[in-house]
Design a protein around this ligand. Structure first.
Ligand SMILES: Cc1cc2nc3c(=O)[nH]c(=O)nc-3n(C[C@H](O)[C@H](O)[C@H](O)COP(=O)(O)OP(=O)(O)OC[C@H]3O[C@@H](n4cnc5c(N)ncnc54)[C@H](O)[C@@H]3O)c2cc1C
Length: 465
Protein backbone atom coordinates (compact mmCIF):
# COMPACT_ATOMS: atom_id res chain seq x y z
CA UNK A 1 0.00 0.00 0.00
CA UNK A 2 1.46 3.40 -0.99
CA UNK A 3 2.12 6.03 1.68
CA UNK A 4 -0.61 8.36 0.32
CA UNK A 5 -3.27 5.59 0.22
CA UNK A 6 -2.31 4.61 3.75
CA UNK A 7 -2.63 8.25 4.88
CA UNK A 8 -6.18 8.51 3.38
CA UNK A 9 -7.14 5.24 5.03
CA UNK A 10 -5.79 6.30 8.40
CA UNK A 11 -7.64 9.63 8.20
CA UNK A 12 -10.83 7.81 7.18
CA UNK A 13 -10.69 5.46 10.15
CA UNK A 14 -9.82 8.17 12.68
CA UNK A 15 -12.47 10.60 11.39
CA UNK A 16 -15.08 7.87 11.29
CA UNK A 17 -14.21 6.85 14.82
CA UNK A 18 -14.79 10.39 16.00
CA UNK A 19 -18.14 10.49 14.13
CA UNK A 20 -19.40 7.03 15.10
CA UNK A 21 -17.40 5.94 18.14
CA UNK A 22 -15.14 2.86 18.08
CA UNK A 23 -18.13 0.49 17.87
CA UNK A 24 -19.13 2.13 14.58
CA UNK A 25 -15.95 1.40 12.62
CA UNK A 26 -14.20 -1.74 11.36
CA UNK A 27 -11.01 -1.99 9.40
CA UNK A 28 -8.19 -4.44 8.81
CA UNK A 29 -9.09 -8.04 9.67
CA UNK A 30 -12.47 -6.98 11.06
CA UNK A 31 -13.53 -5.81 7.59
CA UNK A 32 -13.27 -9.15 5.77
CA UNK A 33 -16.90 -10.32 6.37
CA UNK A 34 -18.02 -7.18 4.54
CA UNK A 35 -16.03 -7.81 1.37
CA UNK A 36 -18.25 -10.50 -0.20
CA UNK A 37 -21.90 -11.33 -0.76
CA UNK A 38 -23.59 -14.52 -2.02
CA UNK A 39 -22.34 -14.00 -5.57
CA UNK A 40 -21.86 -17.39 -7.06
CA UNK A 41 -18.84 -18.77 -8.83
CA UNK A 42 -17.24 -15.43 -9.61
CA UNK A 43 -14.95 -15.68 -6.57
CA UNK A 44 -15.91 -12.06 -6.10
CA UNK A 45 -14.24 -10.42 -3.17
CA UNK A 46 -13.51 -6.72 -2.83
CA UNK A 47 -11.39 -4.39 -0.81
CA UNK A 48 -12.64 -1.68 1.54
CA UNK A 49 -10.74 1.16 3.16
CA UNK A 50 -13.03 0.80 6.15
CA UNK A 51 -16.51 -0.30 7.21
CA UNK A 52 -18.89 2.14 8.89
CA UNK A 53 -21.66 0.82 11.14
CA UNK A 54 -23.76 3.86 11.92
CA UNK A 55 -26.13 3.43 14.85
CA UNK A 56 -28.64 6.16 13.94
CA UNK A 57 -29.99 7.99 10.91
CA UNK A 58 -28.04 11.08 12.02
CA UNK A 59 -24.86 9.02 11.94
CA UNK A 60 -25.66 7.79 8.42
CA UNK A 61 -26.10 11.43 7.42
CA UNK A 62 -22.78 12.38 9.04
CA UNK A 63 -20.94 9.54 7.28
CA UNK A 64 -22.44 10.33 3.88
CA UNK A 65 -21.73 14.06 4.31
CA UNK A 66 -18.12 13.25 5.25
CA UNK A 67 -17.67 10.99 2.21
CA UNK A 68 -19.37 13.43 -0.11
CA UNK A 69 -17.10 16.26 0.94
CA UNK A 70 -13.96 14.19 0.41
CA UNK A 71 -14.99 12.19 -2.68
CA UNK A 72 -14.97 8.80 -0.93
CA UNK A 73 -17.06 6.04 -2.55
CA UNK A 74 -19.74 4.33 -0.41
CA UNK A 75 -21.18 0.82 -0.70
CA UNK A 76 -24.46 0.41 1.23
CA UNK A 77 -24.78 -3.05 2.75
CA UNK A 78 -27.62 -5.07 4.26
CA UNK A 79 -27.30 -8.77 5.05
CA UNK A 80 -24.86 -9.49 2.21
CA UNK A 81 -27.11 -12.20 0.69
CA UNK A 82 -27.34 -10.52 -2.72
CA UNK A 83 -26.52 -12.60 -5.79
CA UNK A 84 -25.17 -9.76 -7.93
CA UNK A 85 -22.13 -8.46 -6.06
CA UNK A 86 -24.01 -5.24 -5.30
CA UNK A 87 -22.79 -5.07 -1.69
CA UNK A 88 -19.19 -5.95 -2.57
CA UNK A 89 -16.74 -3.02 -2.35
CA UNK A 90 -14.95 -3.63 -5.62
CA UNK A 91 -12.28 -0.99 -5.46
CA UNK A 92 -11.96 0.43 -1.97
CA UNK A 93 -14.04 3.14 -0.35
CA UNK A 94 -16.35 2.77 2.59
CA UNK A 95 -18.84 -0.01 3.20
CA UNK A 96 -21.87 1.45 5.00
CA UNK A 97 -23.42 -1.44 6.87
CA UNK A 98 -26.94 -0.91 8.14
CA UNK A 99 -26.85 -3.72 10.69
CA UNK A 100 -27.01 -1.46 13.75
CA UNK A 101 -30.06 0.36 12.40
CA UNK A 102 -32.32 -2.47 13.50
CA UNK A 103 -35.12 -0.84 15.44
CA UNK A 104 -38.81 -1.40 14.89
CA UNK A 105 -39.87 2.21 15.03
CA UNK A 106 -43.58 1.58 15.11
CA UNK A 107 -45.87 -1.43 14.84
CA UNK A 108 -49.62 -0.89 14.61
CA UNK A 109 -51.03 -4.42 14.21
CA UNK A 110 -54.62 -3.17 14.25
CA UNK A 111 -53.77 -0.87 11.33
CA UNK A 112 -51.73 -3.53 9.48
CA UNK A 113 -48.56 -1.48 9.26
CA UNK A 114 -45.05 -1.24 10.56
CA UNK A 115 -42.22 1.29 10.38
CA UNK A 116 -38.73 -0.17 10.54
CA UNK A 117 -35.13 0.83 10.24
CA UNK A 118 -33.30 -0.62 7.26
CA UNK A 119 -31.21 -3.12 9.24
CA UNK A 120 -34.13 -5.18 10.57
CA UNK A 121 -33.79 -8.77 9.30
CA UNK A 122 -36.50 -9.97 6.92
CA UNK A 123 -37.20 -13.01 9.12
CA UNK A 124 -37.93 -10.72 12.05
CA UNK A 125 -40.52 -8.84 9.98
CA UNK A 126 -42.19 -12.17 9.17
CA UNK A 127 -42.10 -13.24 12.80
CA UNK A 128 -43.48 -9.96 14.19
CA UNK A 129 -46.28 -9.99 11.66
CA UNK A 130 -47.08 -13.65 12.32
CA UNK A 131 -47.23 -13.14 16.10
CA UNK A 132 -50.00 -10.59 15.57
CA UNK A 133 -51.95 -12.69 13.06
CA UNK A 134 -50.56 -10.65 10.15
CA UNK A 135 -48.61 -11.48 7.01
CA UNK A 136 -45.74 -9.78 5.16
CA UNK A 137 -45.74 -11.77 1.92
CA UNK A 138 -42.34 -11.02 0.27
CA UNK A 139 -40.21 -14.08 1.08
CA UNK A 140 -36.80 -14.07 -0.62
CA UNK A 141 -34.97 -17.27 0.28
CA UNK A 142 -32.31 -15.99 2.70
CA UNK A 143 -34.70 -14.17 5.02
CA UNK A 144 -32.89 -15.03 8.26
CA UNK A 145 -29.90 -13.05 7.02
CA UNK A 146 -31.18 -10.47 4.55
CA UNK A 147 -32.37 -7.09 5.80
CA UNK A 148 -35.42 -5.11 4.91
CA UNK A 149 -33.24 -2.30 3.48
CA UNK A 150 -31.52 -4.83 1.21
CA UNK A 151 -34.92 -6.26 0.19
CA UNK A 152 -36.08 -2.76 -0.75
CA UNK A 153 -32.81 -1.96 -2.55
CA UNK A 154 -33.20 -5.15 -4.66
CA UNK A 155 -37.01 -5.06 -4.80
CA UNK A 156 -36.76 -8.71 -3.79
CA UNK A 157 -39.28 -11.33 -4.85
CA UNK A 158 -39.75 -14.95 -3.80
CA UNK A 159 -42.35 -17.67 -4.29
CA UNK A 160 -45.29 -15.65 -2.98
CA UNK A 161 -44.81 -12.72 -5.33
CA UNK A 162 -47.06 -14.42 -7.89
CA UNK A 163 -50.17 -13.57 -5.89
CA UNK A 164 -48.86 -10.82 -3.62
CA UNK A 165 -46.26 -8.94 -5.66
CA UNK A 166 -42.62 -8.12 -4.93
CA UNK A 167 -41.29 -6.09 -1.99
CA UNK A 168 -42.10 -2.72 -3.54
CA UNK A 169 -45.80 -3.53 -3.49
CA UNK A 170 -45.63 -3.55 0.34
CA UNK A 171 -43.75 -0.30 0.87
CA UNK A 172 -45.88 2.81 1.43
CA UNK A 173 -43.01 5.09 2.40
CA UNK A 174 -39.29 5.30 2.93
CA UNK A 175 -36.51 7.56 4.07
CA UNK A 176 -33.10 7.70 2.42
CA UNK A 177 -29.89 9.60 2.94
CA UNK A 178 -28.76 11.06 -0.37
CA UNK A 179 -25.88 13.24 -1.60
CA UNK A 180 -24.23 15.48 1.01
CA UNK A 181 -25.93 13.58 3.79
CA UNK A 182 -29.39 15.03 3.22
CA UNK A 183 -32.39 13.03 4.40
CA UNK A 184 -35.34 12.63 2.02
CA UNK A 185 -38.72 11.09 2.77
CA UNK A 186 -41.17 9.77 0.18
CA UNK A 187 -44.53 8.44 1.34
CA UNK A 188 -45.27 7.27 4.87
CA UNK A 189 -48.11 5.41 6.53
CA UNK A 190 -50.55 6.79 3.93
CA UNK A 191 -51.74 3.97 1.68
CA UNK A 192 -52.41 6.09 -1.41
CA UNK A 193 -50.38 9.05 -2.58
CA UNK A 194 -50.24 10.33 -6.14
CA UNK A 195 -49.24 13.90 -5.37
CA UNK A 196 -45.76 13.76 -6.87
CA UNK A 197 -43.60 11.59 -9.06
CA UNK A 198 -43.28 8.06 -7.70
CA UNK A 199 -39.77 8.50 -6.30
CA UNK A 200 -40.43 5.88 -3.64
CA UNK A 201 -40.66 3.27 -6.38
CA UNK A 202 -37.53 4.69 -7.98
CA UNK A 203 -35.53 4.14 -4.80
CA UNK A 204 -36.98 0.65 -4.42
CA UNK A 205 -34.79 -1.55 -6.63
CA UNK A 206 -32.04 1.09 -6.92
CA UNK A 207 -29.34 -1.28 -5.52
CA UNK A 208 -27.65 1.43 -3.49
CA UNK A 209 -26.72 3.63 -6.46
CA UNK A 210 -28.97 6.56 -5.49
CA UNK A 211 -28.45 6.74 -1.72
CA UNK A 212 -28.80 4.81 1.52
CA UNK A 213 -32.30 3.68 2.51
CA UNK A 214 -32.56 4.11 6.27
CA UNK A 215 -36.19 3.26 7.09
CA UNK A 216 -39.44 2.10 5.54
CA UNK A 217 -43.15 1.93 6.21
CA UNK A 218 -44.48 -1.51 5.33
CA UNK A 219 -48.03 -2.57 4.66
CA UNK A 220 -49.21 -5.88 6.12
CA UNK A 221 -52.34 -7.99 5.68
CA UNK A 222 -54.21 -10.42 7.92
CA UNK A 223 -52.49 -13.81 7.69
CA UNK A 224 -54.33 -16.41 5.65
CA UNK A 225 -55.73 -19.06 8.02
CA UNK A 226 -54.76 -21.92 5.71
CA UNK A 227 -51.96 -22.54 3.22
CA UNK A 228 -52.22 -25.81 1.27
CA UNK A 229 -49.41 -26.71 -1.13
CA UNK A 230 -50.13 -29.07 -4.00
CA UNK A 231 -47.51 -30.81 -6.15
CA UNK A 232 -48.19 -32.27 -9.61
CA UNK A 233 -45.65 -34.18 -11.68
CA UNK A 234 -45.42 -34.51 -15.47
CA UNK A 235 -43.46 -36.59 -17.95
CA UNK A 236 -42.22 -33.56 -19.93
CA UNK A 237 -41.70 -29.79 -19.93
CA UNK A 238 -44.47 -29.42 -22.51
CA UNK A 239 -47.05 -31.20 -20.34
CA UNK A 240 -46.02 -29.21 -17.26
CA UNK A 241 -46.05 -25.83 -19.00
CA UNK A 242 -49.49 -26.56 -20.48
CA UNK A 243 -50.72 -27.26 -16.95
CA UNK A 244 -49.28 -23.96 -15.74
CA UNK A 245 -51.10 -22.23 -18.58
CA UNK A 246 -54.38 -23.84 -17.52
CA UNK A 247 -54.01 -22.43 -14.00
CA UNK A 248 -53.88 -18.92 -15.46
CA UNK A 249 -56.46 -19.65 -18.13
CA UNK A 250 -58.95 -20.90 -15.54
CA UNK A 251 -58.48 -17.64 -13.62
CA UNK A 252 -57.03 -19.33 -10.53
CA UNK A 253 -54.79 -17.35 -8.18
CA UNK A 254 -52.60 -19.56 -6.02
CA UNK A 255 -50.20 -17.80 -3.62
CA UNK A 256 -47.21 -19.51 -5.27
CA UNK A 257 -46.85 -21.10 -8.70
CA UNK A 258 -43.43 -22.74 -9.05
CA UNK A 259 -41.80 -25.21 -11.43
CA UNK A 260 -38.83 -27.59 -11.34
CA UNK A 261 -37.40 -29.18 -14.47
CA UNK A 262 -35.85 -32.56 -15.12
CA UNK A 263 -32.38 -31.61 -13.86
CA UNK A 264 -33.84 -30.47 -10.51
CA UNK A 265 -35.94 -33.63 -10.25
CA UNK A 266 -32.82 -35.72 -10.84
CA UNK A 267 -30.83 -33.83 -8.21
CA UNK A 268 -33.54 -33.90 -5.54
CA UNK A 269 -35.64 -36.99 -6.23
CA UNK A 270 -34.26 -38.89 -3.23
CA UNK A 271 -35.11 -36.02 -0.87
CA UNK A 272 -38.65 -35.40 -2.10
CA UNK A 273 -41.04 -36.00 0.83
CA UNK A 274 -43.01 -39.18 0.19
CA UNK A 275 -41.20 -39.91 -3.09
CA UNK A 276 -41.93 -39.01 -6.72
CA UNK A 277 -43.52 -40.87 -9.63
CA UNK A 278 -40.71 -42.79 -11.44
CA UNK A 279 -41.49 -41.03 -14.76
CA UNK A 280 -41.64 -37.53 -13.27
CA UNK A 281 -39.55 -35.11 -15.36
CA UNK A 282 -41.20 -31.81 -14.41
CA UNK A 283 -42.89 -30.65 -11.20
CA UNK A 284 -45.40 -27.90 -10.54
CA UNK A 285 -45.74 -26.71 -6.95
CA UNK A 286 -48.66 -24.44 -6.10
CA UNK A 287 -49.97 -23.12 -2.82
CA UNK A 288 -53.63 -22.37 -2.18
CA UNK A 289 -54.27 -19.95 0.68
CA UNK A 290 -57.14 -18.10 2.34
CA UNK A 291 -59.66 -19.23 4.92
CA UNK A 292 -59.70 -23.01 5.38
CA UNK A 293 -62.77 -23.22 3.12
CA UNK A 294 -61.25 -20.95 0.45
CA UNK A 295 -57.96 -22.81 0.44
CA UNK A 296 -59.72 -26.17 0.15
CA UNK A 297 -61.98 -24.92 -2.65
CA UNK A 298 -59.00 -23.52 -4.53
CA UNK A 299 -57.06 -26.75 -4.02
CA UNK A 300 -59.92 -28.60 -5.72
CA UNK A 301 -59.87 -26.19 -8.68
CA UNK A 302 -56.09 -26.40 -8.93
CA UNK A 303 -56.28 -30.19 -8.95
CA UNK A 304 -58.62 -29.93 -11.91
CA UNK A 305 -56.34 -27.50 -13.81
CA UNK A 306 -53.16 -29.41 -13.04
CA UNK A 307 -54.61 -32.91 -13.27
CA UNK A 308 -54.85 -33.26 -17.07
CA UNK A 309 -51.69 -35.01 -18.29
CA UNK A 310 -50.26 -35.19 -14.75
CA UNK A 311 -48.61 -38.43 -13.66
CA UNK A 312 -49.84 -37.74 -10.16
CA UNK A 313 -50.67 -34.92 -7.82
CA UNK A 314 -50.67 -34.58 -4.08
CA UNK A 315 -51.85 -31.97 -1.59
CA UNK A 316 -49.73 -31.41 1.53
CA UNK A 317 -52.11 -30.65 4.39
CA UNK A 318 -50.49 -31.82 7.64
CA UNK A 319 -48.19 -29.16 9.13
CA UNK A 320 -45.21 -31.55 9.20
CA UNK A 321 -45.70 -32.47 5.52
CA UNK A 322 -45.89 -28.81 4.53
CA UNK A 323 -42.64 -28.10 6.39
CA UNK A 324 -40.96 -31.09 4.68
CA UNK A 325 -42.07 -29.83 1.28
CA UNK A 326 -40.69 -26.31 1.82
CA UNK A 327 -37.49 -27.78 3.27
CA UNK A 328 -37.13 -29.76 0.04
CA UNK A 329 -37.88 -26.58 -1.96
CA UNK A 330 -35.25 -24.57 -0.09
CA UNK A 331 -32.70 -27.35 -0.62
CA UNK A 332 -33.03 -27.47 -4.41
CA UNK A 333 -30.24 -24.94 -5.02
CA UNK A 334 -27.83 -26.83 -2.75
CA UNK A 335 -28.70 -30.22 -4.25
CA UNK A 336 -28.16 -28.85 -7.76
CA UNK A 337 -24.81 -27.34 -6.70
CA UNK A 338 -23.63 -30.67 -5.35
CA UNK A 339 -24.08 -32.38 -8.75
CA UNK A 340 -20.87 -31.02 -10.28
CA UNK A 341 -19.48 -29.13 -7.29
CA UNK A 342 -20.97 -25.75 -8.18
CA UNK A 343 -23.36 -23.82 -10.39
CA UNK A 344 -23.93 -20.52 -12.09
CA UNK A 345 -27.57 -19.50 -11.82
CA UNK A 346 -29.17 -16.59 -13.62
CA UNK A 347 -32.50 -15.03 -12.61
CA UNK A 348 -33.85 -14.17 -16.05
CA UNK A 349 -37.58 -13.57 -16.56
CA UNK A 350 -39.79 -13.74 -19.64
CA UNK A 351 -43.44 -13.04 -20.43
CA UNK A 352 -45.46 -16.02 -19.23
CA UNK A 353 -46.27 -17.19 -22.77
CA UNK A 354 -42.52 -17.56 -23.46
CA UNK A 355 -41.81 -19.65 -20.35
CA UNK A 356 -41.75 -23.02 -22.16
CA UNK A 357 -39.40 -21.66 -24.82
CA UNK A 358 -37.13 -20.12 -22.17
CA UNK A 359 -36.91 -23.41 -20.24
CA UNK A 360 -35.92 -25.19 -23.46
CA UNK A 361 -33.37 -22.47 -24.25
CA UNK A 362 -31.47 -23.08 -21.02
CA UNK A 363 -30.80 -26.66 -22.18
CA UNK A 364 -29.99 -25.62 -25.76
CA UNK A 365 -27.50 -22.97 -24.63
CA UNK A 366 -25.94 -25.44 -22.19
CA UNK A 367 -25.57 -28.03 -24.97
CA UNK A 368 -23.82 -25.50 -27.20
CA UNK A 369 -21.28 -24.90 -24.42
CA UNK A 370 -20.98 -28.49 -23.26
CA UNK A 371 -22.56 -27.77 -19.86
CA UNK A 372 -25.18 -29.64 -17.85
CA UNK A 373 -28.12 -27.42 -17.06
CA UNK A 374 -31.35 -27.25 -15.13
CA UNK A 375 -33.86 -24.60 -14.21
CA UNK A 376 -36.55 -23.96 -11.69
CA UNK A 377 -38.35 -20.89 -10.51
CA UNK A 378 -41.34 -18.72 -10.04
CA UNK A 379 -43.31 -19.94 -13.04
CA UNK A 380 -46.26 -17.60 -12.50
CA UNK A 381 -43.90 -14.64 -12.81
CA UNK A 382 -42.06 -16.17 -15.80
CA UNK A 383 -38.93 -16.06 -13.60
CA UNK A 384 -36.34 -18.80 -14.12
CA UNK A 385 -33.32 -19.75 -12.07
CA UNK A 386 -31.50 -20.82 -15.21
CA UNK A 387 -28.57 -22.89 -14.04
CA UNK A 388 -25.32 -24.10 -15.55
CA UNK A 389 -23.84 -26.89 -13.42
CA UNK A 390 -20.08 -26.64 -13.20
CA UNK A 391 -17.05 -27.59 -11.19
CA UNK A 392 -16.56 -24.36 -9.28
CA UNK A 393 -12.83 -24.96 -8.92
CA UNK A 394 -12.31 -25.01 -12.69
CA UNK A 395 -11.60 -21.52 -14.03
CA UNK A 396 -12.23 -22.82 -17.52
CA UNK A 397 -15.73 -24.09 -16.62
CA UNK A 398 -16.56 -20.86 -14.81
CA UNK A 399 -15.53 -18.90 -17.91
CA UNK A 400 -17.51 -21.24 -20.16
CA UNK A 401 -20.61 -20.81 -17.98
CA UNK A 402 -20.11 -17.05 -18.19
CA UNK A 403 -20.15 -17.22 -22.00
CA UNK A 404 -23.24 -19.44 -21.89
CA UNK A 405 -24.98 -16.93 -19.61
CA UNK A 406 -24.19 -14.09 -22.06
CA UNK A 407 -25.81 -16.10 -24.83
CA UNK A 408 -28.82 -16.86 -22.66
CA UNK A 409 -29.28 -13.16 -21.84
CA UNK A 410 -29.37 -12.31 -25.55
CA UNK A 411 -31.96 -15.03 -26.22
CA UNK A 412 -34.09 -13.94 -23.26
CA UNK A 413 -34.06 -10.31 -24.41
CA UNK A 414 -35.15 -11.49 -27.86
CA UNK A 415 -38.16 -13.14 -26.16
CA UNK A 416 -39.11 -9.78 -24.63
CA UNK A 417 -37.72 -10.73 -21.24
CA UNK A 418 -35.26 -9.25 -18.77
CA UNK A 419 -31.77 -10.28 -17.70
CA UNK A 420 -32.83 -10.00 -14.05
CA UNK A 421 -36.24 -10.68 -12.54
CA UNK A 422 -35.09 -10.73 -8.91
CA UNK A 423 -31.46 -10.22 -8.02
CA UNK A 424 -30.59 -7.03 -9.88
CA UNK A 425 -27.51 -6.23 -11.94
CA UNK A 426 -25.10 -5.18 -9.20
CA UNK A 427 -21.52 -5.70 -10.32
CA UNK A 428 -21.73 -9.07 -12.04
CA UNK A 429 -24.36 -8.10 -14.61
CA UNK A 430 -23.51 -4.41 -15.04
CA UNK A 431 -22.56 -5.01 -18.69
CA UNK A 432 -26.09 -6.16 -19.42
CA UNK A 433 -27.58 -2.73 -18.67
CA UNK A 434 -26.83 -1.31 -22.11
CA UNK A 435 -27.82 -4.57 -23.77
CA UNK A 436 -31.27 -4.46 -22.21
CA UNK A 437 -31.99 -0.73 -22.50
CA UNK A 438 -31.92 1.26 -25.75
CA UNK A 439 -29.77 4.46 -25.63
CA UNK A 440 -32.59 6.85 -24.71
CA UNK A 441 -33.95 4.68 -21.90
CA UNK A 442 -30.42 4.06 -20.63
CA UNK A 443 -29.46 7.74 -20.70
CA UNK A 444 -32.66 8.80 -18.87
CA UNK A 445 -31.76 6.40 -16.08
CA UNK A 446 -28.17 7.69 -15.97
CA UNK A 447 -29.49 11.26 -15.76
CA UNK A 448 -31.56 10.26 -12.73
CA UNK A 449 -28.47 8.73 -11.13
CA UNK A 450 -26.53 11.97 -11.80
CA UNK A 451 -29.31 14.05 -10.23
CA UNK A 452 -29.26 11.99 -7.04
CA UNK A 453 -25.52 11.44 -6.96
CA UNK A 454 -23.67 14.14 -8.94
CA UNK A 455 -20.25 12.95 -7.75
CA UNK A 456 -21.00 9.28 -8.53
CA UNK A 457 -20.07 8.10 -5.03
CA UNK A 458 -22.98 5.77 -4.22
CA UNK A 459 -22.03 2.21 -5.18
CA UNK A 460 -19.91 3.23 -8.19
CA UNK A 461 -19.71 0.81 -11.09
CA UNK A 462 -22.85 -1.07 -10.08
CA UNK A 463 -26.12 -1.55 -12.00
CA UNK A 464 -25.71 1.35 -14.43
CA UNK A 465 -22.09 2.30 -15.02
C1 LIG B 1 -30.22 -18.86 -0.45
C2 LIG B 1 -30.67 -17.56 -1.10
C3 LIG B 1 -31.96 -17.49 -1.62
C4 LIG B 1 -32.40 -16.31 -2.21
N1 LIG B 1 -33.68 -16.26 -2.70
C5 LIG B 1 -34.13 -15.11 -3.25
C6 LIG B 1 -35.47 -15.02 -3.76
O1 LIG B 1 -36.25 -15.98 -3.70
N2 LIG B 1 -35.87 -13.86 -4.30
C7 LIG B 1 -35.03 -12.76 -4.36
O2 LIG B 1 -35.46 -11.72 -4.85
N3 LIG B 1 -33.77 -12.81 -3.90
C8 LIG B 1 -33.30 -13.93 -3.34
N4 LIG B 1 -32.02 -14.00 -2.86
C9 LIG B 1 -31.13 -12.82 -3.01
C10 LIG B 1 -31.08 -11.89 -1.77
O3 LIG B 1 -31.44 -12.57 -0.59
C11 LIG B 1 -32.01 -10.70 -1.96
O4 LIG B 1 -31.59 -9.94 -3.06
C12 LIG B 1 -32.06 -9.76 -0.75
O5 LIG B 1 -33.05 -8.78 -0.98
C13 LIG B 1 -30.73 -9.04 -0.46
O6 LIG B 1 -30.84 -8.42 0.81
P1 LIG B 1 -29.54 -8.12 1.68
O7 LIG B 1 -29.98 -7.39 2.90
O8 LIG B 1 -28.76 -9.35 1.91
O9 LIG B 1 -28.77 -7.12 0.72
P2 LIG B 1 -27.22 -7.04 0.34
O10 LIG B 1 -26.75 -8.27 -0.32
O11 LIG B 1 -26.44 -6.57 1.50
O12 LIG B 1 -27.26 -5.85 -0.73
C14 LIG B 1 -27.90 -6.02 -1.96
C15 LIG B 1 -27.89 -4.69 -2.73
O13 LIG B 1 -28.69 -3.72 -2.06
C16 LIG B 1 -27.91 -2.59 -1.66
N5 LIG B 1 -28.36 -2.21 -0.34
C17 LIG B 1 -28.46 -3.02 0.76
N6 LIG B 1 -28.99 -2.33 1.78
C18 LIG B 1 -29.22 -1.06 1.33
C19 LIG B 1 -29.76 0.11 1.92
N7 LIG B 1 -30.17 0.14 3.18
N8 LIG B 1 -29.84 1.23 1.15
C20 LIG B 1 -29.44 1.22 -0.13
N9 LIG B 1 -28.94 0.15 -0.74
C21 LIG B 1 -28.83 -0.99 -0.01
C22 LIG B 1 -26.46 -3.06 -1.74
O14 LIG B 1 -25.60 -1.98 -2.02
C23 LIG B 1 -26.52 -4.07 -2.86
O15 LIG B 1 -26.44 -3.41 -4.09
C24 LIG B 1 -31.54 -15.17 -2.27
C25 LIG B 1 -30.24 -15.25 -1.72
C26 LIG B 1 -29.82 -16.44 -1.14
C27 LIG B 1 -28.43 -16.47 -0.56
Amino acid sequence: MSASVLAVKTALVSDLTSLLGPEGVRDGDEAWPYLRDSTEMQGLSGRADAVALPGSVEQVQAVVAWCYERGVAMVPRGGGTGFAGGAVPIDGGLVVSLERLDRVLRFDPELWRMQLEAGVRTGRVHQLARESGLFFPPDPGASEQSMIGGNLACNAGGPHSFKYGVTGAWVTGLEAVVAEGRLVRFGGPVRKDVAGLDVRSLLVGSEGVLGVIVSAWLRLIPAPAAQIPLVASYPSVEAGVSALGRVLGYGLVPAALEYFDDGCVLATRAAFPGGLHPDARFLVVVEADGTQAEAEALTGELREALGTDALDERAFEAAGDVRSLWRWRNGVAFAVSSQEGGKMSEDVAVPFDALGRAIALVGEVGDRHGLRTCSWGHAGDGNLHATFMIDATSAEQVARAGRAAEELFAEVLALGGTVSGEHGLGWVKRDQFDRQFPPLEASLQRSIKALFDPKGLFNPGKKLT
